[in-house]
Design a protein around this ligand. Structure first.
Ligand code: RET
Length: 234
């Protein structure tokens, strides 16, 4: 069996377990989390996609569709990840929509670059994708962050850490793409698949957990701040 088939299958299993864990966390906790559907949605889409990638690379079904399944996963889940971060900061609907739209463009152009037959389309797609990525980063650093400006230092700190970790991790994707056979071919395709599997797992399971616990924590901190403000004015 191909090593990448085993890697894809392992990630699929992990996403399946995470889906159940996030549903359980939302249902069993005594916290108010209005965004509880986002993590299981993100995990289950990725789980199905990785299961398909395992089947495809192992020659069971969906022949030759690894790339399509990966980009379909990213097209659906990365805007949801952006939305999850933005709702923590109570960003406006307009800002959230703009960030999600730029994110989707980033993935669509990245797909065009990866499957391009000519260098023109490839590097044009890479350029469009990178600009869209920078637009997402810009929105996260400006308008989305403005949403927490009036909050306590603790709320702001939690949000900034989360935001910066996400930006740093996402920055690795275009760098690895440049090193992969789609870019300059410094690393092999199996290595690229493995690195992406690790990055996807960190970005999804790792960071979505941090966001989910931050929502709980930021919620608590908001409540604390309000109690203190009421106590001071009373
Ligand atoms: C590509 C290549 C073209 C240039 C850029 C890219 C960026 C991709 C990113 C993907 C993030 C994926 C995540 C998945 C989670 O499971 C398409 C590689 C800028 C940022 C977070």
């Amino acid at each position: 069996m191909l090593v990448e088939t085993a890697v894809f299958a392992a990630v699929a299993a992990l996403m399946g377990v995470s889906t159940v864990a996030f549903v359980a966390f939302s249902l069993l906790g005594d916290h108010e989390n209005r965004y509880f559907l986002l993590p299981p949605a993100i995990m289950s889409i990725a789980g199905l996609s990785y299961a398909g990638m395992a089947a495809s690379s192992g020659g069971f079904a969906l022949e030759g569709l690894v790339l399509e399944l990966r980009y379909l996963d990213w097209l659906l889940t990365t805007p949801l990840i952006v939305m999850h971060i933005a709702v923590v900061a109570a960003a406006s609907r307009k800002t959230i929509a703009a960030a999600m739209g730029a994110d989707a463009l980033m993935i669509a152009a990245g797909y065009a670059a990866t499957t391009a037959a000519t260098p023109g389309v490839k590097w044009g797609g890479f350029a469009v994708s990178t600009v869209a990525f920078l637009a997402v980063v810009y929105l996260l650093l400006t308008t989305v962050t403005d949403g927490v400006r009036d909050e306590t230092a603790a709320v702001q700190g939690t949000f900034r850490t989360l935001r910066d970790l996400t930006i740093a991790l996402w920055l690795v994707y275009p760098v690895i793409w440049l090193l992969s056979p789609s870019g300059f071919g410094v690393i092999t395709a199996p290595d690229y698949h493995f690195i992406i599997a690790v990055l996807d797992t960190t970005a999804k399971v790792g960071f979505t957990s941090i966001v989910t616990f931050s929502i709980t924590r930021v919620g608590d901190l908001f409540a604390e701040a309000e109690t203190t403000a009421t106590a001071t004015t009373a």
